[in-house]
Design a protein around this ligand. Structure first.
Ligand SMILES: [Zn+2]
Length: 430
């Protein structure tokens, strides 16, 4: 109800703040919000029906486009491309895992890919010092958390399974590797009370998404939902903590995984004609899970937008879309941009994953790098912004010193086995 008034007020403030801007090296804050697996196919009818008010508000104010994905559609690789502006080959994260051989025994081991294996800088490495500060929360392949100018809360936050030590996946921090899960390290102690164990997701919470009995809370089919919801609730609270504690951070990278997880689990009830084994009696009970999860995700977006200040820019992206039988062939994801420096209604061709990082840099008034594979989405930027801040380029952000300091051997954690089980159970891996 108060949205139009608020927009007018913000618009007025924005004009004022642009008009008297004196610091030519600083833009407003940029929020890069990741919704894994979100697709326009489901969003469009929901937007039309008024079920995604926060996303609809951003689209109405700014613009939208399909975001072309890459094959193979592996989330760690795609989200690393989004955060580096580079192809899988250039950044080195091409899968969930890497097969290694123990030196002594020559035994094969499957290791989860870790942040040190990335062979180029990500946004959280680039935006530091004079370039600004970052907070990245839950982003893929951010474990172990790297030292940054700001905060990293890694993709593994302990969702503590029963008994609770070794509980990892994206969305899970582990107790054994507590020192590696956040930057700064001591932030971990503040995060622990915010961690939502999947087994604590209550019947009342699940009942919002599906028609189930109390006894069914432990069923396999409900488990995927509880993992997703617990992880998103955890990162929602972490984001809120950081936004409260240090609101002046220049670049926010906030990632939510739940849409992808529930799409894997529940698409069979949404499109049962494509799944011969689905139990017809259960279709009406689980059919709405995905749509309700989109609605819930819109509330997460609302939490972030409630923190909005004049000058902020928002990019909402998904790494790929989704359809029956998963995302094997890389259906398009979503791209939404809105905020101070975004031209309302800007017409965009399909955006590529590699365009996100150069565009984020431009919105922070930082140079794009010539070794990035994408481009700045100039069409997005207001003429005023383009005039005030002409584009600049640097050859690369990767210094010899930084590259040489990296050891690309996967780093084990006590959570590896459970993470693998979870990824397999969710259908990400065979
Ligand atoms: Zn994904």
């Amino acid at each position: 109800m108060i949205r139009p008034l608020l927009s007018i007020a913000l618009g007025t403030l924005l004009l004022a703040s642009v008009g008297c801007r004196s610091d030519a090296t600083r833009s407003g804050r940029v929020f890069l919000i990741g919704l894994d697996g979100a697709t326009w196919d489901l969003l469009d009818p929901m937007l039309d029906a008024g079920k995604m008010p926060n996303l609809a508000g951003l689209i109405a104010e700014g613009t939208r486009a399909p975001l072309e994905s890459l094959v193979p559609t592996k989330s760690p690789a795609l989200w690393t491309t989004i955060a580096t502006g580079k192809s899988f080959e250039k950044h080195g994260i091409n899968d969930f895992t890497e097969v290694t051989f123990d030196d002594g025994t020559k035994n094969m081991r499957v290791m989860h890919m870790t942040s040190n294996m990335r062979t180029t800088k990500a946004l959280w490495n680039i935006v530091e010092g004079d370039r600004g500060r970052t907070a990245f929360v839950g982003w893929w392949v951010s474990y172990p958390a790297e030292p940054v100018d700001g905060y990293v809360v890694s993709s593994r936050v302990p969702l503590s399974q029963s008994g609770g030590k070794d509980a990892p996946t994206k969305g899970i921090l582990t107790a054994d590797g507590a020192g590696a899960q956040t930057w700064p390290r001591e932030l971990y102690d503040d995060i622990v009370p915010l961690i939502r164990p999947a087994e604590n997701v209550a019947y009342e919470e699940a009942a919002r998404f599906m028609d189930l009995t109390q006894d069914e809370l432990g069923r396999d089919i409900v488990e995927g939902f509880r993992w997703a919801y617990a992880a998103d609730e955890t990162y929602r609270k972490v984001a809120d903590l950081l936004l409260t504690r240090d609101p002046d951070i220049d670049l926010w990278g906030l990632y939510f995984n739940g849409i992808d997880v529930v799409s894997h689990r529940y698409w069979q009830y949404l499109e049962p004609s494509r799944y011969p084994n689905v139990n017809p009696a259960e279709i009406p009970r689980f059919r709405a899970v995905i749509e309700r999860y989109y609605e819930y995700t819109d509330e997460l977006l609302g939490d972030i937008l409630a923190r909005r200040r004049p000058g902020d820019t928002f990019l909402v992206v998904s790494d790929h879309g989704f359809h029956a039988h998963g995302h094997k062939d890389g259906p398009a994801g979503i791209f939404v941009a809105a905020g101070t420096n975004i031209e309302p209604g800007a017409e965009l061709p399909p955006v590529e994953l590699v365009d996100v990082t150069p565009t984020v840099l431009a919105l922070l008034n930082l140079p794009e790098a010539e070794d990035m594979d994408g481009r700045v989405l100039d069409e997005l930027l207001t003429p005023a912004w383009r005039d005030a801040y002409p584009r600049r380029r640097v050859p690369t952000y990767d210094t010899e010193e930084w590259l040489e300091a990296r050891d690309h051997t996967p780093i084990p954690s006590g959570a590896d086995e459970e993470l693998m089980e979870r990824l397999q159970a969710l259908g990400y891996m065979n």
